[in-house]
Design a protein around this ligand. Structure first.
Ligand code: WT7
Length: 651
């Protein structure tokens, strides 16, 4: 764990003494004003979650709350419900159909207001269309779409008929998409002719075609027209959304599904080259995301909630789609990037829709800091009342800037720790109750039990650092890795038997506050996105000129970490700037633009142990320019010197 970056982060955090108690005016109006939720959950853990679950509509009420046979949990297993019905029908039935579900803002400046009634009709039409394409309960559907209202409608349509879906972030390459389609054995792919990004148009349909060509299970491709650009077309297989979906009935019966029915798969990077299909199910997941959304963001009927993530990541699944819709909340959904047409786009959106709660990633906050306060000052942000952060550790400077410059000093900040695997926020302040410290995610959500342990699994004393583990199941937890029980057990449950190993380093201070310090495995966090070093390495070595590659995350002031690749070429090849560009684009082709290495360093050799293992830690220290640790196990000590002298010559 004792990685030099983490050590330095630790020192910085240890000296952080500023405290922000909730303002009395905030607490007075908060959904939770005292410790009663914590106390209830401690006294009666299952009763607490049962109470949360009962805020949903159940077709068949559950009797049993939890069956826990580690490492597999079943929540509310004998109950039945439908997620789409909970997110849409029940609000419409209660006379709230005219409420806005999404204020949707397109990147080019177009906008749509989607009410709950609109979203229900769109979802039902899409569900009927999927039926016409042969999709039945249990069949998998892949979704590769831009941030347009048809995306949540497609997810809800799948949920309505009980077809597990897998959303693949639209920034992923054809190759990445094909791997996910193949693993999920998806029958239908829903995509679009393209999407807008930074003023340009992304060729989604072309990527989708390339992906489908490498797979064997897709029978139909359903295509939304968003950009009207020309797209390749395969007759018989491809179907236009506006032709098929729009002629369907706006009514479609929701299927009553067992609580443990698979809702979706979401692929995420682990420590090998193959992404893991994280399995999320129905009743527990919806319970977890709606409860956390309600309490962590203090959601009220008149809030305008904006989670600025992409729906392609778990943050978007849980806090753009399922949590807010289950709670009948009005959200903002924005298609594009923060700098189009100019660097004040987010602030313009907040002013336009009177956004009250903003949820985003530290990397975005640091980018805005870099762009300067001027862009922020141009807009009236006084509608904001609460701010959230997610995806990576937030440094105190960024936290304070967020608090002051965006929040005008009046908004509590909730730094929320969780993962694709956890489905819901697990470590976070409750904004009306917990005094925050800049950089700390504070305490576990009510009912959640976390610990920080040493190598031997012993709880570290106050002030100590170690590994974060979770000691109890929670309703939105993953139900495994799709088709890979072994990897599931090995990745999360074997390091500390019986406890969930998150893969994060953490410190607990003298007052019990938790400070998350980043990954302890070979997973990088680039702008909050999870990318494995091995995934990038294997993309690099698939290039004919590359013999070997070692990838590490190098500290970066804006993106948290940046991808730094050491590359050894096959003999007969010369390093050059052109080759460096070519290799970076090769990685983009294999994974997607989020994995493009920032720096490629050609090196005649890589430091290895005598048994031939690449010493990544050493490379990390070299890339970060910190004094090298123990080098005695190095097979050839001169390698390090060669690399170090070359470090100045990066990209
Ligand atoms: C990893 C999970 C869960 C939504 C987005 C990321 C890091 C997440 C925090 C936070 C420090 C954080 C961890 C975690 N992380 N939130 N508030 N403070 N680190 O989901 O892509 O599955 O990544 O993100 O390292 O393990 P993900």
């Amino acid at each position: 764990m004792a990685d030099s970056n983490a050590d330095r982060a630790l020192e910085a955090l240890a000296t952080e003494e500023r405290r922000f108690p909730p303002a009395a005016t905030f607490t007075a109006q908060a959904n939770t004003r005292d410790r009663s939720l914590y106390e209830h959950a401690e006294r009666d853990f299952e009763g607490f979650w049962a109470e949360q679950a009962r805020t949903l509509d159940w077709r068949k009420p559950f009797g049993k709350v939890l069956e826990w046979e580690a490492p597999y949990a079943k929540w509310f297993a004998d109950g039945e419900l439908n997620v789409a019905e909970n997110c849409l029908d029940r609000h419409v039935r209660a006379g709230r159909g005219a409420r806005v579900a999404y204020h949707w803002e397109g990147e080019p400046g177009d906008a749509r207001t989607v009410t709950y009634a609109d979203l229900l009709a769109l979802t039902n039409r899409c569900a009927n269309a999927l039926g016409e394409l042969g999709v039945r309960t249990g069949d998998r559907v892949a979704i590769y779409m831009p941030m347009i209202p048809e995306l949540p409608a497609a997810m809800l349509a799948c949920a309505r008929i009980g077809a597990p879906f897998t959303v693949v972030f639209a920034g992923f390459s054809a190759e990445a998409l094909s791997g996910r389609i193949e693993d999920a054995e998806a029958k239908v792919l829903i995509t679009a002719d393209g999407g807008y990004r930074k003023g340009g148009v992304v060729p989604l349909k072309k990527n989708a075609d390339d992906a489908v060509a490498r797979t064997t299970t897709i029978e139909h491709v359903l295509v939304v027209r968003r950009t009207t650009q020309e797209v390749p077309w395969t007759a018989g297989r491809d179907v236009w959304w506006h032709e098929l979906v729009e002629r369907q009935s706006p009514e479609c019966a929701a299927v009553s599904l067992p609580a443990e029915h698979m809702l979706y798969l979401l692929y995420t990077s682990g420590t090998t080259a193959k992404p893991k299909g994280i399995v999320h199910t129905t009743g527990g997941y919806l319970t977890g995301v709606s409860a956390t959304h309600r309490y962590v963001f203090d959601i009220k009927d008149d809030d305008v909630f904006w989670c600025a993530a992409d729906i392609g990541w778990v943050t978007g699944h849980s806090y753009i789609v399922f949590g807010p819709l289950a709670n009948g909340t009005t959200s903002v959904m924005y298609e594009g990037t923060p700098d189009f047409p100019d660097k004040d786009r987010w602030w313009q959106v907040i002013e336009k829709y009177r956004v009250t709660v903003l949820y985003c990633a530290p990397t975005a906050i640091r980018t805005f800091m870099k762009w300067g306060d001027g862009y922020v000052r141009k807009h009236d942000l006084r509608s904001l009342r609460l701010l959230g952060s997610v995806g990576e550790p937030i440094n105190p400077e960024a936290w304070l800037w967020y608090q002051e410059t965006i929040g005008g000093g009046r908004c509590p900040i909730v730094d929320t720790w969780w993962m694709t695997e956890t489905g819901m926020i697990l470590i976070t302040p409750l904004p009306g109750v917990v005094t925050t410290k800049p950089g700390s995610a504070t305490f576990p959500f009510p009912g959640v039990k976390a610990d920080v342990v040493d190598d031997a699994g012993r709880s570290v004393p106050p002030g100590g650092a170690g590994y974060l583990v979770l000691e109890r199941p929670w309703p939105a937890m993953l139900r495994g890795i799709y088709k890979d029980d072994r990897r599931y057990r090995e990745t999360y449950w074997s390091r500390f038997p019986g406890r969930y190993f998150a893969g994060d380093g953490a410190k607990r201070d003298a007052e019990g506050y938790l400070w998350l310090m980043g990954r302890v495995d070979d997973v990088m966090k680039i702008s909050g996105h999870r990318i494995s070093t091995t995934e990038v390495e294997s993309a690099l070595v698939s290039h004919p000129k590359v013999a070997e590659a070692a990838v590490i995350g190098r500290e970066d002031p804006v993106t948290g970490q940046a991808i730094f690749a050491f590359v050894t070429l096959r003999s007969g090849n010369e390093s050059s700037d052109a080759l460096s560009v070519e290799l970076r684009e090769h990685v983009v082709k294999g994974i997607g633009a989020i994995a493009r290495p920032k720096t490629i360093m050609f090196s005649p050799d890589l430091p290895k142990t005598r048994s031939g293992k690449i010493m990544r830690r050493l490379l990390r220290d070299i890339a970060n320019g910190v004094p090298l640790g123990d080098t005695t196990t190095l097979a050839d000590a001169s390698v390090v010197e060669t690399i170090r002298t070359a470090t100045g010559a990066e990209d």
